[in-house]
Design a protein around this ligand. Structure first.
Ligand code: GLY
Length: 365
């Protein structure tokens, strides 16, 4: 059931392994890459579940290993924690032949990937994502970074991993709400570029979410295939990669309105944001009537929010949301880039959205 998906980036090419029971095989899979010390960076929650087993298997494979455990949660994506991780890696005497393993969700992937990217001007990193969101999105494509008081992910760099190992068995311990939030990013791939995959998700998405191994493997692998293809064509987001932001411009404003709290998880914001993007596309007569309802029906069927009213009692004044949207880092030369669609699986980017239409969509949802 294991799938190997190549990401083609010339000398920075790598494979993504997707399937069940891969964590016990990490040592075997990284051995060809391991020339020196290996440091596992993880958080305290993931450490409790997976760190002892991983360290033992790395040692049994004859590898020199160390580990750094950071506090769980978004607050670890900070300058202070980045400094602690860099110093911790230097304490472990990592050099340029060493390898960092980022074991965890998006926070760990971003933080450890960033630290590896700047340590000694760049050492190799292997991403071992343990959340659905990280498996289908953040561990692939090389984006790394931290948050500052100015916003999320505003400091970082592109540092492609040497390998990604997505063990779907590690998702068994993930809370259902986190699974659903990650699933929103899977739906995003169908909605942005693959109508057949979207139709497959309508049929089998709930099986994947319920933990059916074959369905979950397929959903994760197909998402990674789509992301790999897009990143392979546009590594630095000068064009097509921006399609991966479907639902994110709206979503970012909603997360900001909720103070980036657990009130609204990133994937939940993306779910509402995608529906808003489709509603706007219909309003502008770009997408056929019914596309937004079809998308919303599927998201709601798996328990994701699809409407602004789901945020009540948080106020979602349309003008205020537009103001929050314009603080997004995706603003370029003062203009917001929207990902809209001509239908399910046919997304495109545009900067020309009449303000009145935008306000109308945000007022009527
Ligand atoms: N998460 C969007 C990207 O990697 O480009």
């Amino acid at each position: 059931m294991r799938e190997i998906i190549p990401v083609s980036l010339g000398t920075r090419s790598y494979d993504i392994h997707v399937g069940p029971d891969l964590l016990p095989r990490v040592a075997e899979l990284i051995k060809p890459l391991a020339r020196g010390m290996i440091a596992v960076v993880t958080d305290e929650n993931v450490a409790a579940l997976h760190l002892p087993g991983l360290l033992q298997s790395l040692r049994e494979a004859g590898l020199s290993v160390g580990a750094l455990v950071v506090p769980a949660g978004e607050a670890s994506k900070s300058f202070a924690e980045l400094a602690r991780v860099c110093d911790g890696l230097l304490d472990l005497e990592l050099d340029r032949s060493s390898l960092v393993i980022a074991l965890g969700g998006g926070v760990i992937g971003d933080l450890a990937g960033f630290a590896a990217g700047i340590l000694k001007r760049g050492i190799a990193v292997v991403q071992v994502p343990t959340t659905l969101l990280a498996q289908v999105d953040s561990s692939v494509g090389g984006k790394t970074g931290i948050n500052t008081r100015h916003g999320k992910n505003l400091v970082g760099l592109f540092h492609q991993p040497r390998l990604v190992i997505a063990d779907i068995s590690s998702l068994q311990s993930l809370p259902a709400r986190q699974m659903r939030a990650g699933y929103a990013e899977i739906v995003k791939y169908g909605a942005l570029g693959d109508a057949r995959f979207f139709a497959w998700l309508e049929q089998h998405g709930s099986e994947a979410l319920a933990g059916d191994r074959a369905a979950l493997s397929h959903a994760v692998a197909q998402s990674c295939r789509m992301k790999a293809a897009i990143v392979g064509r546009d590594e630095r987001e000068s064009g097509e990669r921006a399609l991966l932001n479907l639902g994110h411009t709206f979503g970012h404003a909603l997360e900001a309105a909720c103070g980036f709290s657990d009130r609204l998880l990133h994937g939940e914001a993306v779910a509402i944001g995608m529906v808003l993007a489709f509603r706007l596309s219909e309003r502008l007569a770009l997408a056929p009537a019914g596309s937004a309802d079809r998308l919303a029906r599927h998201l709601a069927a798996v328990g994701l929010p699809t409407q602004l009213s789901a945020l009540a009692p948080i106020r979602t004044d349309a003008e205020e949301l537009v103001r929050l949207m314009s603080h997004d880092k995706k603003v370029s030369a003062g203009a917001l880039t929207f990902v809209l669609a001509r239908g399910i699986g046919e997304a495109f980017t545009t900067q020309s959205v009449p303000h009145a239409e935008l306000l109308a969509v945000l007022s009527t949802d």
